[in-house]
Design a protein around this ligand. Sequence first.
Ligand code: GLV
Ligand code: MN
Ligand code: MN
Length: 416
Amino acid sequence: MTKIASNLQIDSARLWDTIHETAKFGATPKGGVRRLTLGPEDKQVRDWFRARCEAAGLEVHVDALGSMFGLRKGRDMSKAPIGLGSHLDTQPTGGKYDGVLGTLAALEVVRTLNDAGIETETPICICNWTNEEGSRFAPAMMASAAYVGDFTTDDILSRKDAEGVTVAQALDSIGYRGATPVGTQKFSGFVELHIEQGPILEAENKTIGVVDSGQGVLWYDGKITGFESHAGSTPMPLRRDALATLSEIVLAMEAIARKHGPKAVGTVGEAVIANPSRNVIPGEIAFTVDCRSADAAIMDVLDKDLRAAIAEIASRRKVEVQFDLIWRKPPTHFDPKLVDAVENAAKMLGLSHRRITSGAGHDACNLNTVMPAAMVFVPCKDGISHNELEDATQADCAAGANVLMHTVLALAGVAS
Ligand code: GLV
Ligand code: MN
Ligand code: MN
């Protein structure tokens, strides 16, 4: 097998141009991107991605949940490909890099190998996973979760957005319900490049995060039922106020997460008052909770303490609180051999690096349950993500893409 020199580099300007070209699909006035999964802007970027994959000679197929796979043949087609990629959907007020960097860097790796005339021993396959973000349909990372068997395809197809549109209808409306059954595309390993989405690499002046673990996630749907009544004439002790109840729940959740700080975080990201009116005491509120920890035992404690706090608040305030766990993703421990491969690539390229735990969830975390997987992080400005201000430098994006490429080459081998 031929050894590839560290001077094989991706085309930094070409990668940067593709990031900014695709940022037009769903561009927001504040410089971010709003590209909700399976919406019209997602179709635009998917069509763009498919066309560029085909132009790069990849065989593209789409699975029954809309995940896209672009296969680059290797010398030994009896081997399952090495997968690389991420996602192209964004948060409602998202940035240009979350998911996009990893997907477009995967395309850039293919373009670089094509330009250099390099055939890999094992094929490689670049991926765009459907609905990583989880903001239109829950849970997040639903396509890779179905891929690994955490959910059936039919279950995911039946999930509804806030308007009652199902995943199946949304896929059909943009023409991305593919023919390939979920799970058909096999991989012998998966590597995902992503911005860190946190402040550590920047603070420590490191270019590469060698991701060895990821936080587990607890997602809940909550509903508070109190009693609507007149804001002027209802004395304070007689109120059954759903919003005041939620306020207590939010603060209790914050205190519970802080008790385990820095090993836990907790967020109420959505709260919707039914029939809101300035002079009506809120009677019904739907809300969500997202709690995370890299420690499974702490996740159990968070769950127990949260339920106890909510039960106490509900009974004291004489309201009903329904609180359902809709998703539990255990912490991730990435494959040690692949983590070493990422670290070796960073070392070979002379890039500063450190091991790191991912605070965010990623498709690689799901995939790691059925195949060896690992991730590469690069810094993002001020650690900000899930925000239109999300930013990263061209040099760091290119460095991450080079680590991705050399990790994949080490895994796939070079045929000639
Ligand atoms: C995905 O962005 C998540 O971590 O929720
Ligand atoms: Mn992401
Ligand atoms: Mn995200």
